[in-house]
Design a protein around this ligand. Structure first.
Ligand SMILES: Cc1cc2nc3c(=O)[nH]c(=O)nc-3n(C[C@H](O)[C@H](O)[C@H](O)COP(=O)(O)O)c2cc1C
Length: 436
């Protein structure tokens, strides 16, 4: 498919604009005889770089430019060299703990991380995580079986501890010997203890130091520290501050999230005290993610300042692409949002096979756990449907597109295997450049 960059973007601050033509972003895999990607134009590649470093640089993300859009037949992601075995600096505690080759995690993303993406990540040496919060119980069972049919490597499952059937899901994870359970919010001591006693590792996402301290006291095995740059529900503290602060405060491994896409970022996370990186948006924009191509194109077209953190979707701060719908939701009063939210919540019931009593039970649990008003609760129940409208049905105009700011500097759609090889090669090169 020929794709075209729709809008002209402002030049990135620290980039050279040496390319004669603007590069169109692509959302699909090129055919076999594809045109090769133009050489990189980044300032970050030192001019005196050695030939080896130049060759490796081909495998990095291409620079963005601000020239008018140009139609191209296709652009090929250069095949990276097989990365040498990760250096010891890249072999952290999470590699040992999770049984993975690289300290790279693909996070659970509702409607996005299905069997294909998760198994591709684990198979490539990272930790893939299934997004279970938007799956029915039977769907979760089937998807776990699908992942297992594609890889023997360890993988994780992301859950919401306030789902009415959470303990049933916990039992499933134990039965299926799932390596890691991750959580969008604080999971609660009971859930942690049950999983831990059965040998399932636990790793909640946190956005502040005090949350990390709290869940460490509950006995979790690791935390994902997500900075405000990150996609979906997110906090207020930038990633660079958060990783350093949290890793100084807790003894368990801290995995940095929010704003990562490459090997330089991985090294930066390690330098800050982290033991790896967890990425959402970067994995969403791979050939292995199930998001429709035209939706991926919208992400590729998004500028670094084209995202917004809004409470208008479900009452909690969530980073999404700024669209017409988001602007409208932000302007609307809770009273006008409420009827639409309630209708969508009812549709979600049908999609997930939830009965009305179950929905009410779940709603009451959410209300108690998160101290939401009834209007906020309706909006919260509504949010997954809005995300589904975009991510599954491809209705960009009708839906919500959660994203990290990193979407603004992602230009292409590699396979997961290419991405991981490239990140490790670049991290090794960066360590070498820094004399590590
Ligand atoms: C489309 C999308 C859906 C997400 N859904 C979930 C989810 O269901 N559960 C969860 O714990 N985090 C979710 N997140 C957050 C990611 O797991 C991850 O922490 C975040 O994307 C990291 O920031 P990054 O996008 O800059 O890599 C979602 C993020 C995105 C972009």
């Amino acid at each position: 498919m020929t794709v075209q960059k729709r809008t002209t973007k402002a030049p990135a601050k620290k980039r050279k604009s040496a390319a004669p033509k603007a590069k169109a972003k692509r959302a699909t895999k090129p055919p076999a005889k594809a045109v090769k990607a133009p050489p990189k134009k980044r300032k970050s590649v030192p001019p005196k770089a050695k030939a080896k470093a130049k060759a490796k640089a081909k495998a990095k993300s291409p620079a963005r430019e601000s020239k008018p859009p140009v139609r191209v037949k296709s652009v090929e992601t250069p095949a990276p060299k097989k990365a040498a075995k990760a250096k010891s600096a890249l072999h952290t505690r999470i590699c040992e703990m999770f049984g993975i080759e690289y300290p790279i995690i693909q996070t659970g993303m509702g409607w996005v991380s299905g069997a294909k993406l998760t198994s591709a990540t684990s198979e490539a040496g990272g930790l893939g995580i299934l997004a279970a919060a938007t799956m029915t119980f039977p769907e979760l069972e089937q998807t776990i079986a699908k992942v297992k049919s594609r890889t023997d490597k360890p993988f994780g499952v992301n859950m919401r501890a306030d789902q009415s059937d959470v303990m049933k899901r916990v039992e499933l994870l134990i039965r299926e010997k799932i390596k890691v359970a991750s959580f969008a919010q604080a999971p609660g001591e009971r859930v942690i203890k049950t999983l831990k006693d059965a040998g399932v590792l636990t790793m909640p996402t946190i956005g502040a130091r005090r949350h990390a301290e709290k869940v460490q006291a509950w006995g979790v095995d690791a935390v994902i520290a997500q900075g405000q740059e990150g996609g979906g529900h997110t906090g207020q503290i930038p990633t660079s501050i958060l990783i350093a602060d949290v890793s100084a405060a807790v003894d368990i491994p801290v995995v940095g999230a929010g704003g990562f896409r490459d090997g330089r970022g991985l090294v930066a996370a390690l330098a800050l005290g982290g033991e790896g990186i967890a990425m959402g948006t970067r994995f969403l924009l791979t050939q292995d993610s199930q998001v429709p191509d035209h939706v991926k194109q919208v992400y590729l077209d998004t500028k670094a300042n084209g995202t917004v953190v809004t409470k208008a979707v479900d009452g909690h701060p969530q980073r999404v692409i700024r669209t017409f719908l988001i602007d409208q939701l932000e302007k609307a009063s809770p009273l006008t949002r409420f009827p639409r939210a309630a209708l969508n919540a009812l549709s979600l019931m049908k999609v997930t096979g939830t009965s009305l009593p179950e929905l009410l039970e779940e709603g009451i649990a959410m209300k108690q756990n998160q101290e939401l008003t009834w209007a906020q609760l309706a909006m919260a129940a509504n949010a997954p449907m809005l995300t589904k409208a975009s991510m599954v049905d491809g209705r960009v105009e009708a839906g919500v597109l959660p994203t990290g700011q990193i979407a603004g500097v992602i230009d292409e759609i590699p396979t997961v295997a290419e991405l991981l090889e490239r990140i490790i090669a670049e991290a090794e090169e960066t360590l070498e450049r820094l004399g590590a």
